[in-house]
Design a protein around this ligand. Structure first.
Ligand code: HEM
Ligand code: HEM
Length: 466
């Protein structure tokens, strides 16, 4: 008999609550900036303009909602997979405070216009230093817990967790090197094409190490846990893991096709992007094959719906991504709304669905209660899926129309449409996106209500959390 291990779960609660708060902020801002594009009078200078609010939206979404919940789940999963109590709960509590302070500082400094102007790496150098401290504290705690593990085998989720810790550290340190000229102004240490190349090496690997490896760690853990079915092939998971890590690092320049970055760098990025389909779909197939003979659970088990829809959007995302990385296709859709369509299928369809599943799974367990309402969880599911599909699909259609208009030429080779003419045609799509955002937001409110009720009251309805 193994002795019972006491897990440090208070910290998990803290991170989940914080990440939900930042998720709500991200969605509200998403809807607002969407409306600002259609109704410019909603821009209130200097603080509430589109240019200031857009990076707050992306930072709140990726770092507040995304990383906040990954921190919660890395603590939850690591302790259970290693059968070991967290190395330092005290350090984790410090990390929770620091995390929230950093997100607030990020929002305030960005609203005041203090920015390095690098997408997803906007924060100025003093905040960057706090981020580095945060990441070191987090990594040491997780790595020490794994090092002292009582379970010999390293389940695949732990590999994804370790890759995230190392990957984010390397990317952030390299891309953020800058020369401070005052307390809140610095200039990148790189220049010209090199700067762009380093930035998008970082940018795309942020997609890899923040929007891919952490949700995959969660998917591999929560799918078997919530369905009671083991993963189809652990070996396939490990092979897909190593190939994914190897291939991602070369793809950043697919954001810089048709730019002064050397041609061979662009071609390399294009080739590796296409190769990425294989390891990405390794995870998708692993998920699908695990469910062989279990598909009836899609009707009965709401958690499986979140996870299987999530991995399906990941599968679509990792086909669309490589297509966009091909020069000819990129020439058409780059600089159009097609790209935000791709982004939100990933952020809302893949990452967020897996996070919702994780929260629904863990909250009843760490609070020792059953989920307040499964019907509400189902309602939440449909509202966020419908909202996300409206956002993604309208942006793809808008992108294709915009691309066609931007590339239309007259017989003498001059452009047929002015840039403004293409913009005006986008208004109906932007209205539809805002509508999708509002439907998504309603789903989010149902989710928040369900989670808070589960935390705050005994389960009055008697439903079983699976
Ligand atoms: C559900 C409601 C949401 C709406 C209506 C919305 C709307 C928007 C809008 C209008 C933009 C700017 C697009 C542009 O510049 O043309 C944007 C960008 C972005 N949003 Fe959202 N958003 C939502 C939720 C989220 C969430 C929850 C996340 C993260 C988890 C997220 C991540 C991003 C990212 C990464 C970008 C930058 C895209 C790029 O540079 O191409 N969004 N969003
Ligand atoms: C095989 C995997 C993938 C490949 C090859 C890929 C490829 C690409 C390409 C080529 C672009 C640039 C489009 C352009 O501006 O012309 C892009 C943008 C983006 N992708 Fe993916 N993608 C992949 C998976 C994902 C996943 C899983 C996510 C998760 C959410 C994601 C999130 C993003 C984001 C946030 C951007 C916008 C970056 C920006 O601000 O410009 N991608 N992707």
């Amino acid at each position: 008999m193994n002795p019972r291990v006491e897990y440090a779960d208070d910290i998990v609660k803290g991170f989940i609550l914080s990440s939900i708060l930042w998720g709500v902020v991200a969605v509200v801002l998403g809807i607002f900036i969407s409306l600002q594009l259609s109704w410019p009078e909603l821009n209130i200078p200097p603080l509430l303009t589109y240019g200031r609010l857009r990076p707050i939206h992306t930072n709140a979404g990726i770092f507040g909602w995304g990383i906040g919940s990954f921190m919660a789940f890395f603590f939850y999963i690591t302790q259970r997979l290693t059968r070991t109590t967290l190395w330092s709960p005290g350090l984790a509590r410090f990390q929770l405070w620091l995390f929230n302070v950093i997100i607030v500082l990020a929002a305030v400094t960005l609203a005041l216009g203090m920015s390095q102007s690098k997408e997803y790496a906007e924060l100025e150098w003093p905040v960057d230093i706090l981020v580095v401290i945060l990441w070191v504290v987090f990594s040491v705690n997780i790595i020490m817990t794994i090092a002292r593990r009582k379970e010999e085998q390293m389940y695949i989720s732990l590999w994804y967790i370790l890759a995230t810790l190392v990957g984010v550290a390397v990317l952030y340190l390299v891309n953020s090197v800058s020369i401070p000229v005052s307390l809140f102004k610095s200039y990148s240490a790189y220049a010209g094409a090199n700067d762009a190349n380093v930035q998008w090496w970082y940018g795309h690997n942020a997609v890899a190490m923040v929007l891919t490896t952490p949700p995959l760690a969660l998917f591999y853990y929560f799918l078997p846990k919530s369905t009671g079915v083991p993963i189809y092939s652990h070996r396939m998971g490990v092979i897909a893991f190593w190939s994914l890590i190897f291939m991602y690092l070369w793809t950043g320049a697919h954001h810089l096709l048709w730019t002064p970055v050397p041609d061979w760098v662009q071609t390399l990025a294009m080739a590796f992007s296409i190769m990425l389909i294989a390891p990405s779909w390794g995870a998708v197939f692993n998920g699908y094959f695990s469910m062989n003979g279990q598909w009836h659970q899609m009707r009965e088990n709401y958690l499986m719906k979140f996870l299987i829809f999530g991995i399906t959007f990941y599968g679509l995302q990792t086909l669309q991504g490589p297509a966009q990385a091909v020069r000819t296709f990129s020439a058409f859709i780059h600089y159009t709304d097609w790209v935000p369509g791709h982004v939100h299928m990933g952020a809302l369809g893949w990452v967020s669905l897996v996070l919702y599943a994780g929260i629904y799974y863990t909250i009843p367990r760490i609070y020792g209660r059953e989920l307040y309402s499964v019907p509400l969880a189902n309602l939440h599911f449909w509202l966020v899926v419908i909202g996300q599909l409206i956002i993604s699909i309208t942006m793809w259609v808008a992108g294709v129309q915009q691309a066609a208009m931007l590339s239309a030429t007259n017989s003498d080779g001059s452009l047929h449409y002015t840039f403004m003419e293409t913009m005006v045609k986008l208004y109906p799509y932007w209205h539809a996106r805002a509508l999708g955002g509002i439907i998504y937001f309603l789903g989010l409110l149902v989710f928040v209500y369900n989670v808070l009720k589960t935390m705050g009251t005994a389960n009055v309805r008697g439903e079983v959390a699976r």
